[in-house]
Design a protein around this ligand. Structure first.
Ligand SMILES: [Zn+2]
Length: 297
C-alpha cells in the first residue's frame, strides 16, 4: 500500500497528510484491535522524501505518532511493510537474527496495463472511464474467488493513485502464509500463463483440454453478464484484423478457424457482436463434432 504516483505539489501533499489521510482507520485495519499490538508497533513504514531520499525501518507506537512523523517528513510516497519480530526502529540494536519479518498481508495488484492486449480505448499509462470497466470486472472476480475459495474475510481494496488497484488481505491465516503458499494461491487463480507469447497457449486451462478449472468456473457467472456490453459493444475487441486474428488463435479447430477467417476477411464491416454471432452459429453447425468443445460459447 502506498501513496505512490500521486503527482501533486508538496503543500497539497502536506494538507492531505494533515487533514485527510485516514491514520486511525489504517491503524485499526493493520492492528486488528483498538489498542496497539505488534501488528502495528512492529510494522515497517518506508518513506520516500523529496529528492528520492528513502527512509526504511520506521515504526510507531500509535496512530498519533505516525501522523506526527508523516506530517513532519511530508513524504512524496510511503509504503507499509511487514510486521517484524522486533520494532523496526530498533533494528540496529536488535540481536543478530532477532530481526526478521514474521507477518505480512497477502497482496494482489491489478494494473491497467495488464489489459493492454484487450483494451482498445487507451494504452500504457492512459486510463478512462471505459477501460476502468476491466478493473471493476477484475475486482468482482477476485473478491468473490478469494472469499469463496479461501474463506478470507478481511479484504481491503486500495486505489493505487493512477492506473490500478491493490487488494490487501489481512486475515491471520493469510498474513502467516509463506512465499511458496502465496505463489500457489496466485497460480491457482491465474488465467493467463506468464511469459508465453503465443496466445493459444497462454490460457491456463488445467484439468483437461478446454475444460475450465474449478477455480475459474465461477468467474463465468460474474463475467458473462458484462461480456457483451464491455468486450463486444464498448471495446469492440474483435473489430480490427489484429483483434479477430487473436480471437481465432483461441479456437483450436482448424476448419472452423478457416470458415470464420474467410467470412471476416470478406466483410471487414462485421462488428464484434456480429463476429461472436458467427462463432456461435458456425459452432452449432459443427455440434456433432466431438473434438470441438469451447469453455465460453
Ligand atoms: Zn480507456
Amino acid at each position: 500500500m502506498s501513496t505512490d504516483e500521486i503527482d501533486v505539489s508538496t503543500p497539497a501533499m502536506l494538507s492531505f497528510y494533515r487533514r485527510l489521510y485516514p491514520y486511525k482507520s489504517i491503524f485499526n485495519w493493520l492492528n486488528h484491535e483498538h489498542t496497539p499490538t505488534r501488528r502495528f508497533t512492529h510494522r515497517e513504514f518506508a518513506f520516500t522524501l523529496q529528492g528520492d531520499v528513502y527512509l526504511r525501518y520506521n515504526s510507531f507506537a500509535t496512530a498519533e505518532e505516525m501522523k506526527k512523523q508523516v506530517c513532519m517528513l511530508n513524504p512524496t510516497r510511503f509504503e507499509i511493510g511487514p510486521v517484524y519480530s522486533a520494532r523496526p526502529r530498533d533494528k540496529k540494536t536488535a540481536r543478530p537474527g532477532a530481526f526478521v519479518p514474521v507477518q505480512r498481508e497477502l497482496v494482489f495488484d491489478i494494473d491497467m496495463t495488464d489489459y493492454d492486449p484487450v483494451r482498445t480505448c487507451c494504452s500504457g499509462a492512459d486510463i478512462c472511464r471505459r477501460c476502468w470497466s476491466f478493473i471493476s470486472a477484475a475486482v468482482r472476480v477476485l473478491d468473490n474467488a478469494i472469499r469463496d475459495q479461501y474463506g478470507y474475510r478481511h479484504l481491503l481494496w486500495v486505489y493505487s493513485g493512477r492506473r490500478g488497484i491493490h487488494l490487501w488481505i489481512s486475515d491471520k491465516e493469510a498474513t502467516d502464509l509463506t512465499d511458496e503458499q502465496r505463489k500457489a494461491i496466485v497460480g491457482w487463480l491465474s488465467v493467463i500463463a506468464p511469459g508465453i507469447k503465443e496466445a493459444s497457449k497462454k490460457l491456463n486451462f488445467r484439468g483437461g483440454h478446454f475444460t475450465l478449472p474449478p477455480s475459474l468456473r465461477a468467474t463465468l457467472t460474474h463475467l458473462s453478464p458484462i461480456f457483451v456490453k464491455l468486450i463486444l459493444e464498448d471495446q469492440d475487441c474483435f473489430g480490427s484484423t489484429e483483434g479477430w486474428e487473436t480471437l481465432l488463435e483461441y479456437i483450436h479447430h482448424a476448419p472452423l478457424q478457416a470458415t470464420l477467417r474467410k467470412l471476416w476477411s470478406d466483410d471487414p464491416t462485421r462488428s464484434s457482436v456480429d463476429k461472436w454471432g458467427d462463432i456461435k452459429s458456425e459452432r452449432r453447425k459443427k455440434q456433432g463434432e466431438k473434438e470441438f468443445v469451447s469453455p465460453v460459447l
